[in-house]
Design a binder for this molecule. Structure first.
Ligand SMILES: [Zn+2]
Ligand SMILES: [Zn+2]
Length: 241
């Protein structure tokens, strides 16, 4: 785990044959009110817990897990993490929270073929992704957590209820898989995805002043070139009709 800036820590995903999402821990450590943003792929909870411990952070200072979205590579190890941090709440956008509570895992696996493969690979039970959600987000909230303020921005398109977290004073954006730091955007062919919504979500992100871009995979960037998001939207717009 490395410190990205004041109150923002980065745990790199460990991709193998399936991608494992990055995890961010946000909040000032002295606040005792930290949040994990995403947890990662099935089987990938242990090293994240270790990484947090290694930084000298007490696990019970992590009060909540906020999901950018609930694809398997982001939520897969939630049970593993919750076992270690049983007190942590789960915060998810309402459009992905309701299916999670109902045990509807179409949005977790994205497509049926993948579901069968993963259930075999990880010996997952049929109800492996049924969770109670403690707080359902809508977008537009301003979260005062860990002595910082993070705005919730609803950015569907890659998934049904995707959100970004934005810290305005630090110009820090955590957009999940909607936009990456290497001129790529999230795929829009899985269950709950929508190209038109993704286009609008990307357009919304161009309004933000972003210096630090912390996506769900691959590189992270400090000192994002100005106009970066707009440039990426222009590149991909023809495919997002
Ligand atoms: Zn995703
Ligand atoms: Zn992902």
């Amino acid at each position: 785990m490395t410190k990205v800036s004041e109150g923002v820590y980065f745990i790199q995903g460990q991709d193998e044959f399936l991608p494992d999402s990055h995890v961010y821990v946000i909040g000032e450590p002295e606040s005792n009110d930290l949040s994990m943003v995403d947890v990662g792929l099935t089987g990938k909870g242990g090293y994240k817990i270790q990484a947090i411990r290694k930084m000298g952070i007490e696990l019970d200072s992590i009060k909540r897990i906020i999901m950018t979205h609930t694809h398997l590579d982001h939520i897969g190890c939630l049970s593993e993490v919750k076992k270690e941090i049983p007190g942590a709440e789960l915060w998810v956008h309402t459009l992905e929270a309701d299916p999670l509570e109902a045990g509807d895992d179409r949005g977790v696996y994205g497509m049926n073929e993948f579901k069968g493969m993963c259930q075999m690979q990880y010996s997952l039970k049929a109800d492996a992704f049924k969770f109670r959600v403690d707080r359902k987000l809508e977008g537009g909230e301003s979260l005062d957590i860990g002595n910082m303020t993070w705005e919730v921005i609803f950015i569907p398109g890659h998934s049904m209820g995707g959100i970004a977290l934005y810290n305005r004073p630090g110009k820090i954006l955590i957009p999940g898989d909607v936009i990456y730091a290497d001129y790529a955007i999230g795929r829009f062919d899985l269950h709950g995805a929508d190209a038109g919504q993704l286009r609008k979500s990307l357009m919304d992100l161009t309004e933000l002043d972003v210096d630090i871009l912390l996506p769900g995979h691959n590189n992270i960037i400090k000192g994002l070139p100005s106009g970066y998001i707009g440039k990426v939207v222009k590149m991909w717009e023809p495919y997002l009709a």
